[in-house]
Design a protein around this ligand. Structure first.
Ligand SMILES: Cc1ncc(COP(=O)(O)O)c(C=O)c1O
Length: 450
C-alpha cells in the first residue's frame, strides 16, 4: 500500500469507542459494529482492518480531487511551518487575500467581487443570512428581515441553517429563528421519476415564492436560500426553468437570492459552480467542502457586486467603524487558505471539472442501467451526482437504506444514505472503470438486500 494507506504500526480499532459522541450517527449501533476508516489515497479509502473501499461519496461530497493529494498535503505542511495562525480581526495575512481574489475570479458571470471566510458550510450559511440582513439595513430597507428556505433543504446545523432548512428531524427538537418560511420542494415522482438530468416538469413550483410574498409582503423578505441541487435529502434535481423563475421573482420583489453551493461548488456539475451550469446568477453563494478538497475545514460566502460596497459605504457615512459585526477566530485560517489555493491549482491543472463534464453521460447511462434492479423506485442524476431511491420496507422506513449502506461497505464501496435514498458523489478524478465498478457493486448489493 502506498502513500495514503494505513500508517506504519497502526493497530486496528481504538480500544474504547465510548467517549466520542458522534455527529449525525446512530451511536449505539455504531459502537456495537464500528465502521472505521484509517487511511486514504486517490479514489480509495482503507478501513481499520486493511480493506479497500471505493469512495463513492468523495468523503462527504468534499474530496473532489481525490484523497491525500501530494500538492495539497505539501502546501499545508509548508504553511503550518511558516505561519501557523494569525488573528483574523483587524489583521490579515496574504493568503486570505490571494484566495479571495481567486474565488471572485472563478465566480460565475463576472458578477461577484468579495469573499467572506468561515470554517464550514453551516457557518457559511449563517454568515450569508447575516450579510443579507446587513445589506438591506445598509440599503435603507431594514424592514426586510424575513428569510425563506425550502422544504427538504439542508443548510447545515446552525440555528440560521436549521431555520431555513426543511428537514423535520433537524428541526423538531430545536427552536428556530422567528420570521422564516419555506417554499414547497420540487420533487414530484409522479411527474419526474427516472428523469435523466433536469426533470421537464416543475418550473411552475417557483411561483410558490409569489404565494409567500402575498402572504408576508414581498417587501419584508430579505433573502431566499436554496441549494441548486438538494443533496442531503436525497438528490433533488431542479426542474428545467425553475431556478430561472425563482431569479425573476426575487428580482421583482427586491429579494436577494442565495445559492447554497456547499456540495455543488468546485466541479460537481462539470463547471466551477452550479450557478454557471444553470446560467442563473444568484446574489450570494455559499461554499465549503471542495474548497479545500476536504483537508482543512473552511467555508466561504461570495457576494455579488454592490453588496460589500453598500454595507461598507453605510458604515463610512455613519463615521467609519467595523462594518459587519460578524466573523470567526479562524476566518481565513492560514492552513485552510493554503489548502484551498493548492486545491484550486489541482482542479485547474488536472482539468477535473472538465473530466466531470466529460464523464457525465457515461455516469448517467451507467446509473440508469440500474432501472429494474431490486428495490429501485427512482433514479436521478446531474453532473457527477446520482440519487437512487429505494422502496422503503413496509413499516420500517430507512431500514432498507441502512442495510444497503452496510452491505455496500462490506462489498468495498462507500455510499451515502439518507433514509432509503442512496446518494453518490465520487471524487472527480474518477474514470469510466470506477463508474462501472461502482454501479456493478451497487447492483449486487441491492440484489442481496432484504
Ligand atoms: C448544501 C449544504 N449546506 C450546508 C452544509 C453544512 O456544511 P457543514 O457540515 O460543513 O457545516 C451542507 C453539508 O452537507 C450542505 O450540503
Amino acid at each position: 500500500m502506498e502513500g495514503g494507506g494505513l500508517p506504519e504500526g497502526f493497530t486496528a480499532a481504538p480500544n474504547d469507542l465510548e467517549s466520542h459522541w458522534m455527529p449525525f450517527t446512530w451511536n449505539r449501533q455504531f459502537k456495537h459494529a464500528p465502521k472505521l476508516i484509517a487511511g486514504a489515497e486517490g479514489m480509495t479509502y482503507y478501513t481499520h482492518d486493511g480493506r479497500e473501499l471505493l469512495d463513492g461519496t468523495a468523503g462527504l461530497w468534499c474530496v473532489n480531487a481525490g484523497h491525500n493529494r501530494d500538492r495539497i498535503v505539501r502546501a499545508v505542511q509548508e504553511q503550518v511551518a511558516t505561519l501557523d495562525y494569525a488573528p483574523s480581526f483587524q489583521l490579515g495575512h496574504p493568503l486570505a487575500f490571494q484566495l479571495a481574489n481567486q474565488l471572485v475570479e472563478m465566480a460565475p458571470h463576472g458578477a461577484f467581487d468579495h469573499a467572506f471566510f468561515a470554517n464550514s458550510g453551516s457557518e457559511a450559511v449563517d454568515s450569508a443570512l447575516k450579510i443579507a440582513l446587513a445589506y438591506h439595513r445598509a440599503n435603507g430597507e431594514g424592514q426586510r428581515t424575513r428569510l425563506i428556505g425550502r422544504e427538504r433543504g439542508y443548510h447545515g446545523v446552525g440555528f440560521g441553517g436549521i431555520s431555513v432548512g426543511g428537514i423535520v428531524n433537524n428541526r423538531r427538537v430545536f427552536t428556530e429563528l422567528p420570521g422564516t418560511d419555506h417554499l414547497r420542494h420540487t420533487y414530484a415522482p409522479e411527474h419526474q421519476a427516472f428523469s435523466r438530468g433536469q426533470p421537464e416538469w416543475g418550473a411552475h413550483l417557483a411561483e410558490d415564492l409569489e404565494r409567500l410574498c402575498a402572504l408576508h409582503g414581498g417587501e419584508t423578505i430579505a433573502a431566499v436560500i436554496v441549494e441548486p441541487i438538494a443533496g442531503s435529502t436525497g438528490v433533488l434535481i431542479p426542474p428545467q426553468g425553475y431556478l430561472e423563475r425563482l431569479r425573476e421573482i426575487c428580482d421583482r420583489h427586491g429579494i436577494l437570492l442565495i445559492f447554497d453551493e456547499v456540495i455543488t461548488g468546485f466541479g460537481r456539475l462539470g463547471s466551477s459552480f452550479a450557478a454557471e451550469h444553470f446560467g442563473v446568477t444568484p446574489d450570494i453563494i455559499t461554499l465549503a467542502k471542495g474548497l479545500t478538497n476536504g483537508t482543512v475545514p473552511m467555508g466561504a460566502v461570495l457576494t455579488r457586486k454592490g453588496i460589500y460596497d453598500t454595507v461598507t459605504g453605510a458604515a463610512e457615512a455613519a463615521g467609519g467603524t467595523i462594518e459587519l459585526f460578524h466573523g470567526y477566530t479562524y476566518s481565513g485560517h492560514p492552513l485552510a487558505c493554503a489548502a484551498a489555493l493548492a486545491s484550486l491549482e489541482v482542479y485547474k491543472e488536472e482539468g477535473l471539472f472538465g473530466n466531470a463534464a466529460m464523464l457525465a453521460r457515461h455516469w448517467e447511462d451507467a446509473l440508469h442501467a440500474l432501472h429494474g434492479t431490486a428495490h429501485v423506485k427512482d433514479l436521478r442524476n446531474l453532473g457527477i451526482i446520482a440519487g437512487i431511491e429505494l422502496e422503503p420496507r413496509p413499516g420500517a422506513p430507512g431500514k432498507r437504506g441502512y442495510e444497503a449502506f452496510t452491505r455496500a461497505w462490506e462489498n468495498g464501496l462507500l455510499i451515502r444514505v439518507t433514509g432509503d435514498i442512496i446518494a453518490l458523489s465520487p471524487p472527480l478524478i474518477l474514470e469510466e472503470r470506477h463508474i462501472d465498478r461502482m454501479m456493478q457493486t451497487l447492483k449486487d448489493t441491492l440484489e442481496a438486500v432484504d
